[in-house]
Design a protein around this ligand. Sequence first.
Ligand SMILES: [Zn+2]
Length: 194
Amino acid sequence: MPNWTDTPTPRRGPRPLPIMRTPVGKPLVATITTDRMSCCPTHFWGGRTTPCEKPDCDACNHGSPSREHAYLGIYFIDQQASAILELPDGAAEQLALLAKNLPTLRGARIRVTRTKLSRNARVCVELAPPAINPPPLPTPPQLREILAIIWKLPQAAITEEKADMRQNTIRLDAIIMAKRNGKPTPSATPNVQP
Ligand SMILES: [Zn+2]
């Protein structure tokens, strides 16, 4: 029998958000919702972006170069849509410089563009401080938890499944570890190396 209810079952874990990279040929303009960046060295490994997990990193052990990326929560006010913005290392450094006198990034408007019509072209960042009367913003996303799920880290699987029986959690973790050590797992989002 179906288990009908009048209301949706509350989601377990953080609400998933898409990861966005700077588009080619047009600017991306949004309002930042997180207080600061979250920066992490990553690899393009197994056909997708994964975090570097030094000192025990499969990608490093196979000679894959790592590159730092920065992640921010962003909000598109007109569309009332949230996302995670991924910035390459140079753009993150530029943002850090622009924001050095701001107590928080939350509420600031970011505009990112590529300097050429190529998806690997350098990313240029502009930042406008928060407006005096800023529009209401959604609560900041649980950025690192969401990325852990997108990156399919075993810990995320454990957190997601913590309400389940421990035996089931261990089984799920073992499946993910087996996938990570064997064939690459499919990405949760379209993932191209910027
Ligand atoms: Zn690594």
